[in-house]
Design a protein around this ligand. Sequence first.
Ligand SMILES: [Zn+2]
Length: 175
Amino acid sequence: MGFTKAGKKAGNTGLSLLSLEPKPCPGISESDNARVGTYLKRTAAPGGSGHALGDIAKEMFNKFFSKLSKKKQNEVLNAQLHGHQWKNDHQRLRVFSTSCQKVTPNLPPNRPLPCKSCHKILTSKAFRVAIAKPTPLPKNQIYTNKRFRIQCWVNFTAGSLDSKTSLKLKYVNAP
Ligand SMILES: [Zn+2]
């Protein structure tokens, strides 16, 4: 991507162009919308705004998702993943467009902003609807989709919960 070479070449022009070298796109974070963190803690989905599993299952196999074999369910899940418009980075609490441009203009002293593609996601209706959903109360999290619950448990226990709470979650989330 050439983050340094061109900048070094322009280094003796007084106003260093080093600062104008593009930065890696930081994706969408809580700095762009305070609800992004809440959204990523609430969902364990790898991305968003794809087609519904039921619709894909119908199209691919003309059956309900729940009636498919594990192998076919995995094919449907793969198809859904490829249809996502954004991907979730749960570790760093960031969201990236699946067509992220990878770099963004560097305009100090301002922080690097999401690239055009990520910004498009940030302002899209689908994303705004997704991040506006409230976090379910702990007692209702048992109704969260089973596939996601296992990942949620991994996320929860990777956090700072005490062992008693972790064990309780492990029990609640057991498949
Ligand atoms: Zn981007």
